[in-house]
Design a protein around this ligand. Structure first.
Ligand code: PFF
Length: 446
């Protein structure tokens, strides 16, 4: 609903948790987490990641939801309404991060759509012939095809955002999230029983702390923020559609838990397969698209499994992309008084165009920036700089500048005491800002 007469709301707390989990669970868990883990040495990185999720990630998530529910506004409007001054800049940074992330997110999500179709048209043959990597590179360096898939994906995203909050998303997530979980479980069984899988399990689960670099710290934090959809006001926006009686800490912990479980399970599929097929765990963004077809090709009915997997990856990406566009759209709807239709189509269209350089960078039409192609650069700037920076200010805001209001939100005006309130407050006040700032300053390795 525009113009604040009657703001739309989730049907239930479960609806919110599923939508927020739908936002959190996406390409970040299944595509990004395994390759970032692979690039950063495996198990020790996973431990560091989980610790960051539950200490810093959870705290920032609760802070964001509290701000959103209190203000009942988009990320910029929420800061303006609660405190004003320079604070709305934090929301603004979030809107910009939303533009940047969705621009390349739509490209990768387009790959997943293409792979649904390709599962039936040559992907399995390529995998059986040992050429899944060439098949993948051949596809992503063909800008015409990739842009067409990106356009299709962006159109769907725009369409759902234009349709509004309630209706589809909740119902949709309730069925599709458990389905994703089930498929992952089946794939784990196949992957861990592949001959040679043991080395992958060891790489993934047996920590070797000598592999942890300061770069790994930054990567783990960036991944935590990206995966949990934090630092850019997404949870502020989603929290703004939440009713006053819902209990926030429980919802935040559930979202963190679901998100981490899905990422963890995705790694249990990918790493055994990477090692079984003698691929390189640090191979980068192609990892999922190259390793998994090899696994599917070894399964009876492989093409169906493959199509199903990429379908679910596509759905996970869609529920995240919706939330990215919603951050941007909610700003134009609340603050600029645009209609939802105008906000969704115009901003979605601009974001689609912004994604095209990412496509062209991969095909070599745009040169790399000091070793990173355009997509990788956009991802680095958003995930490793903008999101953590947003996280610092959100934590400081709740910890020092809006403490009483935040307390009332997290314990529903004293009605439902939050047992971890004091530790949470100090994480927001000191631990999160210092840790994030330290990691940002020391760990930013281009
Ligand atoms: N959390 C999503 C993922 O893991 O794929 C990506 C994302 C969505 C990041 C929404 C940020 C955001 F606001």
């Amino acid at each position: 609903m525009s113009n604040g007469t009657q703001r739309e709301q989730w049907g239930s707390k479960m609806g919110f948790v599923l939508a927020a989990a739908g936002s959190a669970v996406g390409l970040g868990n299944i595509w990004r987490f395994p390759y970032i883990t692979g690039q950063n040495g495996g198990a020790a990185f996973v431990l560091l990641y989980v610790a960051l999720v539950f200490v810093i990630g959870f705290s920032v998530m609760l802070a964001e939801i509290a701000i959103g529910r209190h203000a009942q506004l988009n990320a910029v409007g929420a800061f303006r309404k609660i405190k004003g001054g320079a604070w709305p800049i934090v929301g603004w940074m979030g809107v910009i991060a939303g533009f940047i992330i969705l621009s390349y997110y739509g490209v990768i999500a387009g790959w997943t759509m293409a792979y649904i179709v390709k599962s039936f048209t040559g992907l399995m043959d390529a995998a059986k012939a040992g050429t899944a990597a060439d098949f993948f590179v051949g596809f992503i360096t063909n800008p015409g095809a990739v842009i067409a898939w990106q356009a299709a994906f962006m159109f769907l995203t725009i369409f759902i955002v234009y349709k509004g909050i309630g209706g589809g998303i909740e119902k949709y997530c309730k069925v599709l999230m458990p389905a994703l979980f089930l498929i992952l479980l089946v794939l784990i069984v196949r992957a861990v029983t592949l001959p040679g899988a043991g080395a992958g399990i060891e790489f993934y689960l047996k920590p070797d702390f000598s592999k942890l670099t300061t770069g790994a710290l930054g990567a783990a934090l960036g991944q935590a923020f990206f995966s949990l959809s934090l630092g850019m006001g997404c949870m502020i926006t989603y929290g703004s559609y939440l009713g006053k009686k819902e209990i926030l800490p429980g919802a935040a912990i559930q979202v963190c838990f679901i998100d981490t479980a899905v990422a963890f399970l995705a790694g249990l599929v990918i790493f055994p397969a990477v090692f079984a097929f003698a691929l390189e765990p640090g191979a980068g963004p192609g990892l999922t698209f190259i390793t998994l077809p090899n696994v599917f090709a070894q399964m009876p009915g492989g093409m169906v499994w493959s199509a199903l997997f990429f379908l679910l990856l596509f759905v996970a990406a869609l529920t995240s992309a919706i939330s990215l566009l919603e951050v941007v759209a909610a700003y134009f709807i609340d603050e600029m008084k645009w209609s939802r239709t105008k906000a969704a189509f115009i901003m979605g269209g601009i974001i689609f165009l912004l994604g095209i350089p990412s496509v062209l960078g991969i095909s070599g039409a745009i040169p790399k920036l000091a070793g990173r192609d355009f997509l990788d650069s956009a991802d680095f700037i958003a995930s490793n700089v903008l999101l953590p920076l947003g996280g610092i200010f959100i934590a400081l805001f709740v910890g020092w500048f809006w403490t009483d209001g935040a307390k009332q939100e997290v314990d529903n005006n004293g009605a439902v005491p939050f047992s971890l309130y004091v530790p949470w407050l100090w994480v927001c006040r000191v631990v999160a800002p210092l840790a994030i700032a330290y990691i940002l300053i020391t760990g930013l390795k281009w």
